[in-house]
Design a protein around this ligand. Structure first.
Ligand code: SPV
Ligand code: MG
Length: 304
């Protein structure tokens, strides 16, 4: 078994690393098996999977439950979307310690107020935190982590909130000085120009990561040439799954038997594989034999 590269190595390469958003353990296994470098535990997708808006309605415990299951299911780096840190810097310290015990590789902290609203939600709800308040959270996170393998990623929401490029660059610099390991620059433009401009002006002072949800035409080559270190495909697996389920259900509703549905289904054998049946069956064989051997030995020693 080869050890997958850690997040620092993945962000240090020439080609941007690809981090894929998930919300459960089995989907994360598919992400790893497909060859992606890391998993993003998406706040949007975790909330959506509970049929809740992405607005800090779920607390840290819920996120930790999902993060723990994902951590246990994959060996590639796991980066948790920590929203704005669930409160003030005390909440950040608590969150980083909890996620550190789970063994995640990164936490993203965005510079909005609590409760945050998804970056594509109503623009009047995109309220930026004062820069010193967020810098204090970044420093608190850096000090609270169990080791520096847990990346503290400062996410800059200035462009989302309609502030200037100068404001975005200034905030990123402040968070770098506070100890951040990487920066996420987020944008809701339908062209990548804004984040490419940010990355070019940032000059790789820290690895820059982008989330091309609204500018899906961004190529890896364009990102690399602008000095971008990582790309988060934050919600595409969930959207692919939900669309497939919706299409399948429509077909099933109109059919009188399962075989009338054309939508491809994953074979049950593959589901068994991804949920860990091979290891289970190995254990089953081993300990059934062990139990049987002891049962036989005890019968002999009891004279029976
Ligand atoms: C998420 O996946 O929860 C993110 C990315 O934070 S976004 O939805 O674009 O804010
Ligand atoms: Mg989020």
């Amino acid at each position: 078994l080869t050890t997958p590269p850690d997040l620092r190595q993945a962000l240090g390469r020439d080609t941007p690393c690809r981090i894929v958003g998930t919300y459960d353990a089995i989907t994360s296994r598919l992400v790893q098996a497909a060859g992606f470098e890391a998993v993003w535990v998406s706040g949007l997708c975790v909330a959506a999977s509970q049929a809740l808006p992405d607005a800090n309605l779920l607390g840290l415990e819920a996120i930790c439950g999902v993060a723990r299951a994902i951590r246990d299911a994959v060996t590639i780096p796991v980066v948790v979307d920590g929203d704005s840190g669930y409160g003030d810097f005390h909440n950040v310290i608590h969150a980083v310690r909890a996620l550190g015990r789970i063994g995640v590789d990164g936490i993203s902290l965005e510079d909005k107020l609590f409760p945050k609203m998804n970056s594509f939600g109503a623009s009047q709800a995109q309220v930026l935190a004062p820069p010193p308040e967020h810098a204090a959270k970044i420093r608190a996170a850096v000090d609270a982590r169990p080791s520096d393998s847990l990346h503290v990623i400062a996410r800059v929401e200035a462009l989302i909130a309609g502030a200037s490029m100068e404001e975005a660059l200034g905030r990123a610099e402040l968070y770098r000085e506070a100890g951040a390991d990487a920066v996420i620059i987020h944008s809701k433009r339908t062209s990548a120009d804004e984040v490419l401009d940010f990355a070019r002006r940032w000059h790789r002072r820290l690895p820059v990561i982008v989330i091309p949800t609204t500018y899906p035409d961004l190529t890896l080559a364009q990102a690399r040439d602008a000095g971008i270190a990582g790309v988060i495909y934050a919600n595409q697996p969930m959207r692919a799954a939900l669309q497939a389920v919706q299409d399948y259900l429509a077909q099933l509703r109109a059919s009188d038997r399962l075989t009338a549905c054309r939508q491809p289904l994953m074979p049950i054998a593959d589901v068994f594989h991804w949920q860990g049946m091979p290891a289970y069956l190995e254990d089953d064989g081993r300990y059934r034999n062990y139990r049987a051997t002891w049962a036989a030995a005890l019968q002999v020693s009891n004279g029976g």
